[in-house]
Ligand binder design. Structure first.
Ligand code: SF4
Length: 552
């Protein structure tokens, strides 16, 4: 099976040491990306670790396709113990970092320990340098990029960075790359903040040779010539369809559709788009650099999930307001979904839906933990009681759009996903929107859900962008990886089981699988899911179901 190559680089920022360890056997079995990082995290993060403590480890990893010239591969994986959910999370970002990371010759970076001063960590193919950066304390993400450009002559495509939200341990702080691309979900930005790591740069010329089958060229050609709406409007192209489907949560989940959806949807975003945007090697170029000529505001996005979280969910119907929220989150370093849902909860408590100025002010306060922001920085699960609103989270993670109360298979996925209420864990929504699966009902969907979770886990392992599934077909995946689809899905299944077992050891069980609203037969459907997985009735993974995997 095709797999990533190169050692694991462990950087202890407390001890200021860097160690390279060969992990060839592990990579042969886990391919790279999310599967390899999860296997390492499962084995190396103590199950009683504090997400903000020195024992937590953050992993950055690529798959073999990050050495290709193929579209839909400009992505990277990040894994660690989440301060938001208390379990393992993996999150995935685009941009241009993947090739620069691979050029340092490693397959996985592991960050551990805790520095006593704010650091920039510089990874090259020659070694690792630790630079104290006290002047960057509290700096927004673009200021970190400016520092790196000035001192190392490297662009933001060589860098991951956190903003003030990460430093201030906001539980949904993101790790940013290329200024505007986010390792968003689960708060790994706060994990870097707890380690006092402001940024990590990657530079080298030592990428290992990986031979990628020629099918990469066909995929690339098709991506370049596609006339998909997504190439013009990115993920926002579906906003009005989703609204008509009554699955666009509105005014903190009080409603299912938003009267101003068109004003913040795909056409509105396309009107503001002023140039093409992409990720490494990707000719599909679905990103959305936008500008408002009147105010001069520039940002990248908003993507659909931001249109939901800072638009319909807050009752905000002006695309420029949503662009401003998007820019604030990117600059301050926060996941737009969790930040937007948390701000919406606050607007609900203040009876202030539609007040975009208050939303913007609140985003700033959260990032700096000022006033009410200190409470909101804990996320909805920890602050809903004080706000007097419902707890719209699963395992502590705020809901993505795509309302599970309407798309019941998606709802089931939210209920059981190891990551919490995230739409990318299984993406049952795609089948339900496309009419391939009846959205009504939860029973009889478990086998499909298991297959989707395994598929997405492998996708994040390879790594293939979620938006490339029409082009990177099953047959082409088999050719690319020189393996049967079942073998690839087995890598995904083992990854889901490792996440679950790690979480079980931290106390997660059946009681953590559920929803804050009722769905028909949900409890029985969750049992079907455990059965389909071969897990225990209490939602735990049998010890024997997870093969121990050691680094070489
Ligand atoms: S399809 Fe879009 S998000 Fe995916 S790699 Fe290409 S440009 Fe990036």
């Amino acid at each position: 099976m095709l797999h990533a190559k190169g050692p694991l680089l462990t950087v202890d920022v407390g001890e200021r040491t860097a160690t390279r360890t060969g992990i060839d056997t592990l990579l042969e079995r886990t391919v790279g990306g999310r599967a390899t990082a999860t296997a390492l995290a499962h084995e190396r993060i103590p199950t009683d670790a504090d997400a903000f403590g020195p024992a937590n480890r953050a992993y950055l990893s690529t798959g073999p396709l990050q050495q290709s010239r193929m579209s839909f591969t400009g992505r990277m994986n990040m894994t660690g113990l989440s301060p938001l959910t208390g379990g393992l999370v993996s999150t995935n970002a685009g941009g241009y970092l993947s090739r620069n990371f691979a050029d340092t010759g490693i397959s996985v970076l592991e960050l551990v320990g805790e520095s006593d001063e704010l650091l920039a960590v510089h990874v090259t193919d020659d070694g690792v340098e630790f630079e104290p950066v006290p002047d960057l304390e509290g700096a927004p993400v673009p200021a970190v990029s400016e520092h790196v450009a000035r001192t190392r002559e490297l662009g933001p495509e060589h860098c991951i960075a956190i903003g003030p939200a990460g430093e201030n341990l906001v539980r949904f702080a993101s790790v940013m790359t290329f200024d505007a691309r986010a390792f968003g979900r689960g708060g790994l930005g706060a994990v870097l903040g707890s380690k006092n790591v402001k940024c990590v740069t990657f530079e080298g010329d030592s990428a290992p040779e990986i031979e990628i089958p020629d099918v990469q060229n066909e995929i690339h050609r098709e991506a370049a010539t596609s006339d998909d709406l997504m190439r013009r409007q990115g993920t926002t192209g579906g906003t009005e369809f989703i609204n008509e489907n009554f699955s666009l949560p509105t005014r903190y989940f009080e409603e299912y559709a938003f009267e101003d959806a068109a004003a913040i949807g795909g056409n509105a975003v396309e009107e503001k788009k002023y140039k093409k945007g992409s990720c490494s090697a990707c000719a599909y170029a679905c990103k959305l650099p936008t500008r408002d000529e009147e105010t001069g505001l520039e940002t990248e996005g908003p993507e659909f999930e931001t249109v939901y979280a800072f638009g319909s969910l807050q009752g905000v119907g002006d695309i420029v307001d949503v662009m401003q929220s998007n820019e604030l989150c990117d600059t301050l370093g926060m996941d737009t979904i969790s930040a937007g849902v948390t701000v919406a909860a606050y607007l609900a408590s203040e009876d202030a839906f539609g007040d975009a100025a208050l939303a913007h002010e609140t985003v700033e306060k959260i990032a700096h933990r000022e006033g009410i922001g200190d409470l909101l920085a804990e996320g909805v699960h920890r602050c809903h009681d004080e706000l007097g609103v419902n707890d719209y989270t699963v395992k502590g993670m705020e809901f993505a759009a795509h309302d599970g109360r309407v798309l019941h298979g998606q709802g089931l996925s939210y209920a059981v996903a190891n990551r919490g209420a995230d739409h990318m864990y299984a993406s049952m929504l795609s089948l339900e929107y496309a009419g391939k699966l009846d959205p009504e009902g939860t029973l009889g969907k478990a086998e499909t859900l298991v297959e989707r979770e395994n598929r997405n886990a492998f996708r994040d392992t390879g790594i293939v962008c979620a938006f490339g599934s029409d082009y990177v077909t099953d047959e082409r995946l088999e050719t690319l990886f020189d393996a049967e689809l079942e073998e690839l899905l087995a890598v995904g299944a083992a990854t889901v089981a490792r996440e679950r077992q790690f979480n079980n050891r931290r106390g997660f069980d059946h009681g953590d699988d559920g929803l804050p609203y009722e769905l028909p037969d949900l409890e029985a459907a969750i049992r079907e899911y455990y059965d389909a997985r071969g897990w225990n009735e209490d939602g735990t993974v049998p010890e024997s179901a997870v093969e121990p995997l050691s680094a070489d």
